[in-house]
Design a protein around this ligand. Structure first.
Ligand SMILES: [Zn+2]
Length: 104
């Protein structure tokens, strides 16, 4: 689920480089909505986005400072589910595919 508890993830893009000795790629960019203040924000570097050694990252709302550490498994699941890196883009693609699949 893109809902992590404190944030709703809209886009997750992995960083270009994969650090050694980690199971999951580092997170490069996250676009998320804060569920506390409904701020929609994009983070790509500290302090908004802090990669955790070994996998996962902590993201911080740019408006209210709400913070949550999200596991590497969660990010990997998101990226697997939305290979475009985007929840919205995946929905549009699914919508287009279902229309194309309809007869008539
Ligand atoms: Zn917030």
């Amino acid at each position: 689920m893109p809902n992590t508890g404190k944030f709703h993830l809209y886009e997750v893009a992995p960083a270009d480089s994969v650090p050694d000795n980690t199971t999951y790629p580092a997170v490069g960019v996250v676009r998320a909505e804060c569920l506390s203040c409904f701020n929609l924000f994009t983070v790509c570097e500290e302090p908004g986005l802090t990669n955790i050694p070994g996998g996962g990252a902590a993201i911080v709302c740019s408006k209210c400072g709400s913070r949550q550490a999200i596991s590497g498994a969660r990010f990997a699941e998101f990226i697997e589910r939305f290979p475009t890196g985007s929840d919205a883009a995946a929905r549009l693609i699914a919508m287009a595919n279902s229309k194309a699949g309809m007869s008539e």
